[in-house]
Design a protein around this ligand. Sequence first.
Ligand code: SAM
Length: 216
Amino acid sequence: MRLRNITGSREVIAESPYVIREELQAGCAGRWKEIFDNVNPIHIEIGMGKGKFIHTMAKENPDINYVGIEKYSSVLLRAVQKMEKEELPNLKFLRMDAEEITRVFGPREVSRIYLNFSDPWPKDRHARRRLPSREFLARYDVILEQNGRLEFKTDNRALFDFAVDELVPAGWTASVLTYDLHHDEVLMQGNVMTEYEEKFSSLGNPICKYVIIREN
Ligand code: SAM
């Protein structure tokens, strides 16, 4: 998602109390429980877009701390505006490229990672930029705690097939895998729709999902 550059979005984000300032990001690693001032688990969404999913999750689960990560200020601005309307103490945002994620979260500090409708980067030479690529899985492996989960959903079948293939070199196995989430009664229990999920499922696109549980 790349919204038209919105004038002033960088400034709004730099001053927002909900967004960790860029110069402070590296200092967050190993300190997230202190930042939220409690010992609740940390769940993150990488590439959260306008933040509908993570805002709903944070509202429904006050005993979990959520961190939303988004690369573009113009997109993150929408999530910040949602927080201004409905503030949640258990939700913070980072404007950053997730390539740097191990700089911001310490080893095994994160209990759950959500990847929702990640950008497909269809050209082969851009494969390492895909959020479920082996390069990113190696980063998630550092920050995910034992028994931590990685959940990925998308309507893009080519990206999903790629993501499933990438699990093998990473040594990970899916404990849940479906090619049609919205017709699976069990998996749909508690499913929170993202913006892209609403849009593409309303067009009739099946939604694929996997769940990985990190065992060691
Ligand atoms: N998750 C949302 C949803 O399901 O509605 C948004 C999906 S949108 C297709 C993907 C988002 O991921 C975009 O807003 C994009 O800017 C962000 N993104 C892509 N690569 C990223 C990266 N390396 N680091 C942080 N954000 C990224």
